[in-house]
Design a protein around this ligand. Structure first.
Ligand SMILES: Cc1ncc(COP(=O)(O)O)c(C=O)c1O
Length: 419
């Protein structure tokens, strides 16, 4: 019989195996100083392109004032208990009403964290007889929610409507037997590559197939659509999304999340979302903070305008310089380069140490082998000067990558690993 921990001692997993080379620098880095376009990394000033503070609210003076006052008024404990038991307040209700109105839905319900909230939403929406059909590139929280499902589930190829249709046909055959229904899940914006989910094409399939549609709009909320109501608004199909989900962790620069839908659906979910029924309510500081942030979203369109000025400058600048930024249709700005993982490490080190640019790096197994994805998140706090410096730096690192300069460093890393 094996010791349960044998596998842990043997292998830390596909990313964990790089821990010795990567930890503290490439993964689990410590960014210090106030959240903004420029922060400190290992004592050095860097332009930060890795924080989802899209609208620059994280450190906005009005937000900081509200957060501090709410902390003084309520502390960090209030209210105690789960919503259903003792954790319910008029301000929780007010925030729900305002969120629902903002995303053009009848009702909304707060979630403590987006991740566990999404897991529970999926869990609550389906029973064993139902079939889930979801995009193969879905966020981990969707995958975990689907894992709880006791019935059938199918993935469709990423944003591929023909593949979705094929799987809807498979699903239909099953639910004809079981008497269940079909849940389709997509993201509003896919956070790695920045593409919008094909929400418009997906809802058009409702004419042919009977399904309900759940959209995770973590990156679209606050950044897309005329009013910032997200990818559904941007594509003109918000009313066709049956359950809309967004987190406070990105455009609202906070913690918490919500789902929005018809009143009857929310009434059902609030009695059946296990992660909310059996967990402490969202603390008041976060509720008051979210009310303030939402008000700023509504009344300060200049924040989204500045964000998009920066997004366009960065994305157009990269394209003009011949960089491959894939098929992004959102603020998420990926840059695809070809190289090995050790080369990617050398490149990022060069970016940080010699150019003062801090962005996230994504490698296999998150993306295919041989590709390096540098993922940048522009925000309203960035300046056009930041964009210019970054474009210069990217041209320099591409030259080094193509001339093989990072290969030498890569060889050193590999040798160290083999020891
Ligand atoms: C697409 C998507 N869904 C859900 C979540 C989870 O949200 P939270 O951070 O509020 O748990 C994230 C990450 O924040 C995300 O990117």
């Amino acid at each position: 019989m094996a010791d349960l921990f044998d596998k842990i001692y043997r292998d830390k997993g596909p990313l964990g195996k790089w821990a010795e080379q990567a930890e503290g620098y490439f993964v689990f880095p410590k960014l210090e100083g106030p959240i903004s376009n420029r922060m400190q990394f290992q004592g050095k000033d860097v332009i930060t392109w890795s924080i989802n503070d899209y609208l620059g609210l994280a450190n906005h003076p009005e937000v900081r004032k509200t957060d501090a006052a709410a902390a003084a008024d309520y502390g960090s404990a209030y209210p105690m208990g789960a919503r259903m038991m003792s954790g319910h307040t008029p301000l929780h209700e007010k925030l729900q009403q305002e969120l629902a109105a903002f995303v053009n839905k009848e009702a909304a319900y707060l979630l403590n964290f987006g991740y566990q909230g999404m897991v529970s939403t999926i869990d609550a929406l389906v029973s064993k007889k139902d079939v889930i059909v979801y995009d193969v590139d879905s966020h981990a929280c969707i995958i975990d929610g689907v894992r709880l499902h006791l019935g059938q589930r199918f993935t469709y190829q990423h944003n591929d409507i023909a593949s979705l249709e094929k799987n809807l046909q498979r699903a239909e055959k099953i639910v004809e037997q079981t008497g269940g229904g079909i849940l389709v899940i997509s993201e509003g914006v896919f956070g790695m590559r920045g593409e919008q989910g094909k929400l418009k094409e997906i809802v058009a399939l409702k004419k042919k197939y009977n399904f309900r549609f759940l959209v995770d709009d973590a990156h679209g909320f606050g950044t897309l659509g005329a009013t910032g109501a997200g990818a559904g608004e941007e594509q003109g199909v918000q009313d066709q999304i049956d359950v809309y989900f967004a987190t406070f962790a990105k455009a609202l620069a906070s913690t918490g999340a919500f789902i929005a839908a018809d009143q009857e659906i929310i009434d059902y979910l609030k009695y059946n979302l296990r992660s909310q029924m059996f967990a402490k309510s969202l603390q008041m500081q976060l509720v008051v903070g979210a009310l303030k942030r939402l008000d700023m979203l509504r009344t300060m369109p200049e924040l989204k305008e500045k964000l998009w000025e920066n997004v366009n400058a960065l994305q157009n600048g990269l394209k003009d310089r011949g960089f491959d930024i894939g098929t992004t249709q959102s603020c998420v700005t990926p840059v695809y380069l070809k190289g090995s993982i050790p080369e990617a490490m050398a490149l990022v080190k060069d970016l940080r140490e010699n150019h003062g640019i801090f962005c996230s790096i994504v490698v296999y197994p998150v993306i295919p082998k041989g590709l390096i994805l540098l993922r940048m998140i522009p925000t309203a706090t960035h300046t056009l000067q930041d964009v210019e410096e970054t474009l210069e730096a990217f041209s320099a690192i591409r030259e080094n990558l193509e001339s093989g300069a990072y290969k030498r460093f890569a060889a050193g890393v590999m040798a160290a690993m083999e020891k």
